[in-house]
Design a protein around this ligand. Structure first.
Ligand code: MV4
Length: 450
């Protein structure tokens, strides 16, 4: 097992990783920018190193500074959390070159899944159902119109280097196709330095359902059920839950089995998430994330498996925690991402938290790194914390969610709490009847107060 882990992240996920290290008896090194000197992860770690000025590119993304921090503290492994360097294959390789373990998948798998065209080809080869589309990129030499007609309109133009919704364009009809291709390609070139695009059948009202997987890197792999992350705004997840309100145990076992088998075949190492669109009873692969995700607690609550702890054990060469048969989905869990933003305009609201009272009681979990008097800096994401609730079934989970949302106090900054208090009382949400465009439509129908 590792002796000392450097946590190359900040905020709630740095604290989450710290907790797993404590349980495993592993010493911790926090790194921080000058803006985060008073952060909770710095206070709770065994040691801390300042790695640069506030801008992420000069601190949390600064590889030479991170290597120096490992060197001076004697850390033997690095946990990247999510965001920042978590899906940077080069970083994983550089750590290996310096005899440091990257707590994450093999560099080749991070790189493979970072290229959306290659990821989709791999998924298809491994037997994962994909969205009908062009087999690979569509270049100037290809007859894009013929491919699009074959797929059937509407079609979606996606960037190979994209993900998270950037560089996507819908072509409703043939007349839109050439414009959609050039716009998407130009945007992709500007944003990622890679103009490659591909075509897919555009699914109009799907749900976003993702499967959590865990692999030992030696051909052993499990699936841990799904999370329904359909409630998003501008490609930012807002509310995540598991199990999905609309999936049968048979459908779960079937798609989960396909994903676990695929991870066994590629000898995947560590945690991963296989993202699908789900429409009319069918799953369509869109991408795979090779990191621990923000919404991982939903899966932890319904499986009672500590994903971050298992991630660390597996990176150190350990075995999977159990067999597939030993994984049971227990009850229901919902996570709300509480952001320091205006709940109507979503404008960031950094500043000092003047009053803070986290909710408690049976089935209520808060993953957060804030405290009363903490000043949320303006340089990073606006996540104040995650409220995760669990119940023996969805109605009980919703009941506890409403109770916890009424109890929590976060004063001094604007937060998205009023949005969640409203969502938890909406009939479509209570019935589980929503899709990937539901939240934006709901917000559009509720004009901001003047
Ligand atoms: C799609 C799609 C419809 N059809 N692909 C958006 C982000 C990226 N991960 C994939 N995305 C989509 N891909 C096809 N073929 C609709 C979306 C999409 C979306 C997906 C998941 C959650 C929210 C979304 C919001 C808008 C569009």
């Amino acid at each position: 097992m590792f002796e000392k882990i450097l946590i190359a992240n900040r905020g709630e996920i740095a604290l989450r990783i710290l907790r797993a290290c404590k349980e495993l008896g592993i010493a911790t090194v926090a790194v921080h920018s000058t803006a985060d000197a008073d952060a909770m992860h710095v206070r709770l770690a065994d040691e801390s190193v300042c790695i640069g000025p506030p801008a992420s590119k000069d601190s949390y993304l600064n590889i030479p500074s991170l290597l120096a921090a490992c060197e001076i503290t004697g850390a033997d492994a690095v946990h990247p959390g999510y965001g920042f360097l978590s899906e940077n294959a080069r970083f994983a390789e550089i750590l290996a070159d310096h005899n440091l373990k990257f707590i994450g998948p093999k560099a080749e798998h991070i790189r493979l899944m970072g290229d959306k065209i290659e990821a989709k080809k791999t998924a298809k080869r491994l037997g994962i159902p994909v969205v009908p589309g062009s087999d690979g990129g569509v270049g100037p030499e290809d007859d894009a119109m013929a491919i699009a007609r074959e797929i059937g309109f509407p079609v979606l133009v996606k960037a190979a280097a994209g993900g998270g919704g950037r560089g996507m364009k819908v072509a409703q009809t043939e007349a839109d196709l050439l414009m959609a291709l050039s716009t998407a390609s130009n945007e992709a070139k500007a944003a990622f330095g890679d103009a490659s695009v591909y075509l897919e059948k555009y699914l109009t009202k799907p749900r976003h359902i993702e499967i959590q997987v865990l692999g030992d890197g030696r051909g052993g792999a499990l699936h841990l059920g799904e999370r329904d992350c359909s409630l998003q705004r501008r490609h930012q997840k807002v509310w995540e839950e598991g199990p999905s309100p609309i999936l049968s145990p048979e459908a779960r076992a079937r798609i989960g089995g396909v994903c676990a088998k695929a991870m066994q075949d590629m000898q995947y190492l560590g945690v991963g998430t296989i993202e699908f669109l789900y429409e009319d009873g069918e799953f369509y692969f869109i991408e795979m994330n090779t990191r621990i995700q923000v919404e991982h607690p939903v899966t932890e609550m319904i499986t009672d498996i500590d994903l971050v702890l298992e991630q660390i054990r597996i990176a150190a060469g350990g075995d999977l925690p159990c067999t597939q048969e030993e994984i049971n989905i227990i009850g229901h869990s919902i996570e709300c991402r509480i952001n320091a933003e205006n709940p109507e305009t979503f404008r960031p609201s950094p500043g000092t938290i003047t009053q803070y009272h986290p909710p408690g009681g049976l089935g209520v979990r808060i993953d957060s790194a804030v405290y009363q008097g903490y000043k949320i800096p303006p340089y990073y994401d606006s996540l104040v914390g995650k409220l995760i609730v669990h119940g023996k079934n969805r109605p009980e989970c919703l009941m506890r969610l409403r109770r916890a949302l009424d109890e929590i106090v976060v004063d001094g900054v604007e937060t998205t709490l009023p949005l969640f208090r409203a969502l938890a009382r909406e009939s479509d949400i209570i019935e589980g009847d929503y899709h990937i465009h539901w939240l934006e439509q709901y917000l559009a129908g509720k004009p901001a107060k003047t």
